[in-house]
Design a protein around this ligand. Structure first.
Ligand SMILES: [Fe+2]
Ligand SMILES: [Fe+2]
Length: 213
C-alpha cells in the first residue's frame, strides 16, 4: 500500500531538484548575472509548494503522530516545526527583498540571495532528518486507517494546487542558468561541504555588492 509518507518523499525529490536549480542561479547571481523572473518563480515554488502545501501536509502528519495513544517523544517534531518556522521566515525575507528589487532597489539583491542561501541550507539539513528519521518512525506508529486517511488528505491538498510540484521544479531546472565557466566544481558529497560552498557564495555575494557601489 502507498503510504502517506511516500507522498512527502516524492515532494522531497522535487524540492531537491528545485534547490539544485536555485543553487545554480545563486552562484551566477553572486557574480552579477541576475534574473528577476527566475527568482520570482523560485519564490512561488517556496511559498506555494514547499513551505506551503508540503508543510501543510507534514503538519497534518505531525498532528496524527502526536494524537497517537502512545506518541513518541515530542522532541523531534518540535525540532522539525522550528525548521519549518525558520524557512518561512526566510521566505518572508525573500518576498520583501524581491518586492524592493522590483521597485528598483538593487541593493536588496543581497538580502534576497542571503535569504535563499539560508533557506536552502536549512532545507538541506531538514529533509534528511525527515526521510531517514521521522518518516520511518511515523510509518511504524501510524495504523493503516490513519495512513489511508492522511494520504487522501495529502492528495486533496495536491489537487488544489495550480500545478504539480514536479512541473514547477522542472521549470526551475530548465530556467536555471548554466553555471559560469570559472565556478568551482559543484560539491555534493556532504552537508559539511555544502556549508563550505555557502560560505564561499556569501563571500562572493558580498564582494559583488562592494564592486557595485
Ligand atoms: Fe518538513
Ligand atoms: Fe518535508
Amino acid at each position: 500500500m502507498r503510504k502517506a509518507t511516500d507522498n512527502l518523499r516524492h515532494d522531497h525529490d522535487h524540492i531537491l531538484i528545485a534547490l539544485d536549480a536555485i543553487d545554480r542561479a545563486l552562484w551566477n547571481a553572486a557574480r552579477g548575472q541576475r534574473s528577476i523572473e527566475f527568482f520570482e518563480l523560485a519564490l512561488e515554488f517556496v511559498v506555494v509548494y514547499a513551505d506551503g502545501a508540503h508543510y501543510d501536509k507534514e503538519e497534518l502528519l505531525f498532528a496524527a503522530v502526536l494524537a497517537h495513544p502512545m506518541p513518541p517523544a515530542a522532541g523531534p517534531i518540535g525540532c522539525l516545526n522550528m525548521e519549518h518556522d525558520a524557512t518561512r521566515a526566510q521566505a518572508a525575507r525573500m518576498g520583501a527583498a524581491l518586492d524592493a528589487v522590483r521597485a528598483g532597489d538593487a541593493s536588496e539583491w543581497f538580502a534576497l540571495m542571503d535569504a535563499l542561501v539560508r533557506y536552502t541550507t536549512i532545507i538541506r539539513v531538514h529533509l534528511p532528518k525527515e526521510n531517514a528519521g521521522f518518516f520511518p518512525m511515523s510509518d511504524q506508529v501510524l495504523g493503516p486507517d490513519v495512513q489511508a486517511e492522511l494520504l487522501a488528505r495529502f492528495e486533496a491538498i495536491d489537487r488544489a494546487l495550480p500545478a504539480t510540484i514536479q512541473s514547477i521544479a522542472a521549470s526551475l531546472q530548465q530556467r536555471a542558468p548554466i553555471v559560469v565557466a570559472n565556478a568551482p566544481v559543484r560539491v555534493e558529497a556532504s552537508h559539511v561541504d555544502k556549508y563550505q560552498l555557502y560560505d564561499e557564495r556569501l563571500a562572493a555575494a558580498l564582494e559583488q555588492l562592494l564592486v557595485d557601489r
